[in-house]
Design a binder for this molecule. Sequence first.
Ligand code: 5RP
Length: 230
Amino acid sequence: MPHFSTTEQKRNAATAAVEYVENKMVVGLGTGSTVEFALRLLSQRVKQGLHITGVPSSLATARLARRLRIPLVPDDGAFKKIDLTIDGADEVDPKLHLIKGGGGALTREKIVAARSDRVIIIVDEKKLVPQLGKLPLPVEVLPFGWQSTAALLRTLGARIQVRQNEDKIFRSDNGNIILDCHFRRITDAPALAAQIKSIAGVVEVGLFIRLADLVIVGKKEGGVAGLWAA
Ligand code: 5RP
């Protein structure tokens, strides 16, 4: 049986997702290496005459989209409704709850997803997990009082790593700090998301609950599988 690499799985998932994009749509553009394939494919369709307006979920995506000549909203504070968002994920569980934020863009990604009529998540097969939490859960926090915010996250059972960029503390596009919270096993993702969101100082949590409508998985044996939200 042929074995498709992770890169090929990502490309196949992105190819399938881009087929859902229609003329005149406002399209939320996620962040990460899988989304990069989608951006390149969208760029080709734009060259062939597709009219869309993109809402980028990070400065990196905005830069790439501009290079690829994908039209973007002129003012990223002024978009209202997004027709369709395409984004990646770090982990996907059987209920289609997600961990996101591996690239540090979770807050903008969540705003974009939450404002979207439909959200398509594109992943390679190894992102599917029976239970979230093997990977650390990114939590974006305000720099003000961040160590006390981290202490409160520890009381929820997390081991905390402050995300670094080389030897400096990483700053998100919003100027905030990302705390990577190692829970190992997340048994009740909606409850944990609510608990973390209720801590003063937390800007956003990388648990995406009931936001994905469709997860497109690039398969090891080739092709894709679609997982629809119940
Ligand atoms: C960025 C994200 C990404 O979507 C997630 O990390 C997946 O990235 P990749 O497609 O590179 O595996 O949430 O904040």
